[in-house]
Design a protein around this ligand. Sequence first.
Ligand code: ADP
Ligand code: MG
Length: 237
Amino acid sequence: MTISVSGANKRYGDFAALDDVSLEIPSGSLTALLGPSGSGKSTLLRSIAGLDRLDSGTVYINGDDVTRVSPQNRDIGFVFQHYAAFKHMTVRENVAFGLKIRKRPKAEVAKKVDELLEVVGLAGFQTRYPAQLSGGQRQRMALARALAVDPKVLLLDEPFGALDAKVREDLRKWLRRLHDEVHVTTVLVTHDQQEALDVADRIAVLNKGRIEQVGSPDDLYDRPQNEFVMSFLGSVA
Ligand code: ADP
Ligand code: MG
């Protein structure tokens, strides 16, 4: 599903969190929104999800104007940095939750959950509770839960930000493999240049609510369009 944002503006008082942002996110891509803290990444992601309301501008998903469509009706899976798991439910029940509230047949739910737990490497953890998982395992559970309802679009806001460096690196590789398997159009918010370069096939660089450049990791690295992109990517370790 192609996502298209056109002329998006969002202000908080005098402050422009999004300043006339237009962006095309190709179907099936894994696109990173990369920029320093406060550059508008989360605001843009939340606007795509329908969790933030734009002052002006339009969001299209697969050509349909969804700007005024509620988040529940946008067919989106969302994973935040601090994932709120249902603590009293097992891993299996957490992943099944969205399917159950949609009243899908039991056999279908069981099959889907089995498949997903396999995909995210948690097949042996079905009857554990979230508190019995590591931080990395919990975020993989969150991704399985988001994917359970076959969203058209998967939105990830710094999903690995709270984890330590080694786990983060493993999860990056894992997310890349997962994406190669499920091909769902994915948007990953990160302030970590290395993460964007490692994981994404396209990167949109944000700064002060504006998009500085959009391109493949190679494009950005080899042909930075301006000083900001050059110095921001230049700070990669
Ligand atoms: P990022 O995700 O890139 O760190 P955000 O999109 O969260 O940035 O925020 C962009 C800017 O908008 C920040 O300066 C932030 O302080 C401001 N902002 C975000 N949400 C609100 C809000 N609800 N009220 C006031 N200012 C906000
Ligand atoms: Mg943010």
